[in-house]
Ligand binder design. Structure first.
Ligand code: ATP
Ligand code: MG
Length: 632
């Protein structure tokens, strides 16, 4: 990887000239005078003195050259609709929405909370906020009322935008009653709620004096032309709360100019998406992936973005590949969870459609085990690039960069450090650098590159104490993930630092054991947690989902499967890592963003309270864990 190594080296050693070059990818209303102000570590200000605007870069800038090109294609397999917005049409809608938001008294710097399903109005409202210099905070639609209320109280929005309902697998999720409840629970509720009425909730009743109808309000501003508010590069663009897998969600604050530059550059060097091409990211606007690669990234690059509402397997498991074929998608981005869902379906769907337009499939969000990586790679016949990042960083930390150098995929690895990141793999004990094949904590030597969080919303102190205090006496950003690097420079993620199991003094990542369990051909998915053990300190427990459920129906078969799985772990890691038990379940508890809730499983296994479960996808998964463990 010679070319890439040089590219990365320059991004660290020659930071100013490197980012000056990258910054040319976006429009600056006023050029910046200083690339980086790092006078107050670890707070970094990128492109000081520069003025820009995300909405202008995502839409207005493209009007002359690509006004009639599709900007956003909304495809809903929930309502069977498909609607295309050209750049010009998107511009019109965003102006209308911006006028409505402004009419509610929202000005530059004010927050607007969005609690929206995957409908175009979600993207339109985000872009409208950006146009006005208002700070949007998108809360994943479907979060419980209490989660929404706590985010309202933290962000203190002036306006809330929502819809009557979302749809999932043909079932309506009524947002309006959830919002009513959140508004009641919140100490600082906004005065007004703007509601997109999709006509799904038949009992829909607006609250007089509080609720505004989106269609009616935008009609009043049908011809509105709202000038772009030019922001300082370091002005906040949005707040986004982390998934809350490991505790209380943190309000990640993002800047404007650094973010735009990071996204524009990643579209080129990492995703290889060209203007005029189509990108399909299967995430949700409620997550960071949705912010960066459904909305802002592809639009800043002048691409067409596919905005998909629906499941990967409805009407059938070929739907995503049909979309790729129909819309000549060149860049696709999804998650390991979704791929594991597809892996359980008929493989014929993978070859049914013409996927010749597709260059790469990118995956992120959680560990991609080697068998799944290999499976999807072979099934698609395209490079599948696992890449690793966090809500905090806004764009990848570890990835291959096929825009710089053709992708040499190593199954199970998200590749090497992305340019701009001075990534170090450090020994926990003394913060010295781990050698090849030695485990360490993934840390970033600040300043964090453009695009990364600038602080915790309203709490600079928490930013420092949360992220920069893992290694006493050293100012280093901790990802709280544990990894290992091989001699070729490829990093493998071993799990979160608080998921590391200590078996009789041996430190083993839950991820390592999960990989070993997954080596067994009948295992589709597995969660491993460490539980307290009087002799060994901790022992791993495994909860596995099998592909062929018949093989674990009878007691004797279950015992046989368990034996085989344990043997697989012995073979790969040695008896030291062997789980105390393997329990078979049909479902694992996950957050709505598809992340395993290991902490909750561990708490149940140790007889403790499973904690805050408002972000759980399907509560029956925990019931299965309880049943397997025989606890109430
Ligand atoms: P919280 O920080 O509130 O507990 P979270 O960490 O789950 O929530 P995100 O920012 O959405 O919230 O997730 C980032 C984490 O997801 C990473 O720190 C890592 O643990 C995991 N992750 C993301 N991508 C990958 C990947 N490609 N391989 C392995 N793990 C990944
Ligand atoms: Mg996290």
């Amino acid at each position: 990887m010679g070319a890439y190594t040089d590219f990365h080296r320059r991004s660290i050693a020659d930071r100013e000239s490197f980012w000056t070059d990258e910054a040319r990818r976006i429009h600056w209303h006023r050029p910046f005078s200083q690339v980086l102000d790092y006078s107050k570590p670890p707070f970094a200000k990128w492109f000081v003195g520069g003025q820009t605007n995300l909405c202008h870069n995502a839409i207005d800038r493209h009007l002359a050259a690509r006004g009639d090109q599709p900007a956003l294609v909304y495809i809903s397999t929930e309502t069977n609709t498909e609607k295309t917005y050209t750049y010009r049409e998107l511009h019109t809608e965003v102006n209308r929405c911006a006028a409505v938001i402004a009419a509610q008294g929202v000005v530059r710097g004010d927050r607007v909370l969005l609690y929206m399903p995957m409908i175009p109005e979600a993207a339109i409202a985000m872009l409208a906020c950006a146009r006005l210099g208002a700070v949007h905070s998108v809360v994943f639609g479907g979060f419980a009322a209490a989660s929404c209320a706590s985010r309202i109280d933290d962000a203190k929005p002036k306006l809330l935008i929502t819809a009557d309902a979302g749809l999932r697998g043909g079932k309506a999720i009524h947002y309006k009653p959830l919002v009513d409840e959140a508004m009641r629970l919140a100490k600082h509720p906004p005065k007004n709620v703007l509601i997109v009425n999709r006509g799904i909730d038949k009992d829909f009743k607006p609250v007089p004096g509080r609720d505004l109808d989106y269609a009616e309000e935008t009609r009043k501003h049908a011809d509105a032309q709202v000038p772009v508010t030019w922001l300082e590069s370091s002005d906040p663009s949005y707040i986004l709360y982390t998934s809350g897998t490991t505790g209380k969600p943190k309000g990640v604050q993002r800047d404007t100019g650094g973010y735009a530059v990071a996204l524009a550059s990643s579209m080129e060097h990492i995703y290889c998406g060209k203007p005029g091409e189509t990108m399909f990211t299967t995430s949700d606007v409620g997550w960071v992936v949705g912010h960066s690669y459904i909305v802002y990234g592809p639009l800043i690059q002048g691409m067409t973005t596919i905005f998909y509402e629906g499941l990967p397997i409805r009407p059938d498991a070929g739907i995503w590949w049909k979309i790729v074929a129909d819309h000549k998608v060149s860049v696709m981005f999804s998650s390991p969870t979704a791929v594991r869902v597809l892996k359980k379906q008929d493989p014929a769907y993978m070859t049914k459609y013409d996927l010749s337009s597709l260059k790469h499939l990118f995956l992120a969000g959680e560990p991609l085990d080697e068998p799944t990586h290999r499976w999807i790679h072979d099934a698609l016949g395209k490079p599948v690039i696992d890449h690793y990042w966090q809500t905090e960083t806004g764009w990848p930390i570890l990835s291959l960069a096929p825009g710089i150098e053709p992708a040499k995929v190593k199954y199970g690895s998200p590749g090497y450090p992305v340019y701009g990141y001075d990534l170090k793999l450090l020994r926990e004990t003394d913060a010295t650098e781990a050698g090849p094949d030695e485990k360490g904590v993934l840390t970033i030597a600040p300043p964090l590159p453009p695009g990364c969080m600038t602080t915790v919303w309203g709490d600079d102190e928490r930013f420092v104490s949360t992220y920069f205090s893992d290694f006493p006496g050293k100012l280093l950003y901790s990802t709280f993930d544990w990894g290992v690097r091989d001699k070729d420079g490829y990093t493998f993620i071993l799990g979160r630092t608080d998921d590391v199991i200590n078996v009789a003094g041996h430190r083993i990542g839950t991820r390592e054991i999960e990989e070993a369990v997954q080596a067994h051909s009948n295992i589709a998915e597995v969660a491993v947690v460490g539980v307290a053990d009087p002799v060994k300190g901790q022992m791993p427990l495994a909860f596995a989902v099998v592909k062929d459920a018949k093989k674990v129906e009878a007691e004797a078969d279950r015992a046989q499967q368990e034996k085989e799985v344990l043997a697989a772990v012995d073979r790969q890691l040695g008896a030291i890592a062997r789980p105390k038990r393997v329990y078979f379940v049909t479902l694992l508890p996950k957050t709505r963003s598809g992340k395993l809730l290991r902490r909750s499983i561990q708490a149940l296994a140790e007889g403790r309270d499973p904690g805050d479960l408002t972000t759980i996808e399907d509560p029956t998964a925990l019931a299965q864990i309880r049943a397997a463990l025989g606890v109430k």
